[in-house]
Ligand binder design. Structure first.
Ligand code: TMP
Length: 395
């Protein structure tokens, strides 16, 4: 049973960038974004779940290799995986445009990717790719062809799949008895500390804490043996998981360290989540005030990074094209389209469009360091950024 602690209002589907402005108030295009806490499993999830097929199709615009931060992080990881686990067969669930698997030998990799535009990219490069959703049927099909696999990896994908029991059951089925599952996803502890409520949108059905992961995988005879904090996506955790029967791998202290950190913060208690809900409401009021004050002073504001996260913020705080003139973004599939729900145009990134503005709302706040590095000149010339993380402010 899920207990609601956050209501982010009516929201359109994020990552569904519109090709023309949409002024209709057709309520069918919106869903109510409410978030709840399961007191038994300690899992945080959306109360209304959108069917996979509506979200992950042939037009999915998100490409992992659009950022240098991600390219470098995946390259480093591939070296570590090869050194530490020496997989003969490696499977990635949600292989996206192949940013990680391109660091592995073609004959040692299996890609699973439901978005056909992305699956095509890895297929074209000669990698075995299943253009399908991750579930037990697919795991059975893969087992028939390749037998079991040694390492299964999935970043920012399992939290997007509705039926988590099926997800872990299928993994447990396909993973070699000495095999390792590595997953990474945004950390709820970081989300709550940073009041980054924009981690919630239709695709992020779950936001994991280590406490919740431990409880869910336990049902499938799996256990955590290492946890690494990561800077990606505003603070993530990389979980290393094995079969409980495999006693060859020792459980590292990092597991109890992370869990006790979360317990100290109160992530096992519903009252902590209720407090977070109130912090989110305050964050909204403060952010709106910053925008209104700047607009009253006739300042030109644009957005940087047309992220799915920004979609949640714009719709929750009711920030439209009267407040933010346009967004700039380097992703070709987003350019010349509009932010869902708020009709703000997304333009191809250029220095000229950047310099036209007085203030820049940081939609991709999770890439703040990379962006600030790139825009040193703009900052030196007095350009300012607006962010809502960890609290609404002008930088
Ligand atoms: P994400 O936060 O969902 O990973 O998306 C990041 C978005 O920000 C993606 O559309 C690319 C965009 N972006 C830029 O436009 N310029 C940049 O320098 C960076 C790092 C990201």
């Amino acid at each position: 049973m899920n207990h609601e602690f956050l209501d982010l209002g009516l929201q359109p589907l994020a990552n569904k960038y519109l090709t023309k402005t949409n002024n209709s108030n057709n309520s069918k295009q919106y869903y109510r974004l409410k978030v709840g806490f399961n007191k038994k499993t300690k899992l945080v999830s959306l109360l209304k779940k959108i069917p996979d097929k509506k979200m992950f199709d042939s037009t999915y615009p998100y490409k992992s290799s659009m950022s240098k931060t991600m390219i470098n992080s995946f390259k480093k990881l591939s070296i570590e995986i090869k050194k530490r686990f020496k997989p003969k067969m490696f499977l990635e669930i949600g292989s996206n445009d192949g940013v990680l698997i391109r660091n592995f030998d073609r004959n040692k990799v299996i890609c699973v990717e439901p978005c056909s535009n992305l699956a095509k990219m890895t297929k074209k490069k000669g990698y075995t790719t299943f253009n399908d959703y991750w579930n037990l049927n697919l795991a059975k099909k893969i087992k028939k062809k390749f037998n079991q696999v040694d390492v299964i990896y999935s970043a920012n994908t399992l939290t997007h799949i509705n039926n988590l029991n099926d997800v872990f059951n299928s993994i447990s089925f396909l993973l070699n008895k000495n095999g390792v599952l590595i997953i990474e996803d945004p950390s709820f502890l970081e989300c709550i500390k940073k009041v980054s409520y924009d981690q919630f949108y239709n695709e992020h059905i779950y936001v994991f804490s280590a406490i919740a992961v431990k409880n869910i995988i336990n049902k499938f005879n799996l256990e955590l043996f290492d946890i690494e904090p990561l800077p990606t996506h505003g603070g993530s955790l990389r979980y290393y998981i094995k079969h409980k029967d495999n006693k060859n791998i020792k459980i590292k202290k990092s597991v109890s360290f992370q869990i006790s950190k979360e317990m100290k913060f109160g992530l096992q208690k519903f009252s902590t989540y209720v407090k977070f809900g109130k912090a989110v409401e305050n964050s909204r009021k403060k952010l709106i005030k910053i925008f209104i004050d700047l607009k009253n002073k006739k300042q030109k504001i644009i957005g940087y990074g047309a992220t799915a996260k920004a979609c949640t913020v714009l719709n929750y705080c009711n920030l439209d094209n009267k407040i933010i003139d346009y967004f700039i973004d380097t992703t070709p599939d987003k350019q010349n389209k509009f932010m869902p729900g708020k009709n703000i145009k997304i333009m191809k990134y250029s220095k000229k469009l950047l310099n036209n503005a007085n203030y820049i709302y940081l939609g991709a706040w999770n890439f703040k360091n990379e962006i600030f590095n790139k825009e040193k000149k703009f900052i030196k010339n007095g350009g300012k950024f607006i962010t809502h993380v960890p609290f609404p402010k002008i930088i």
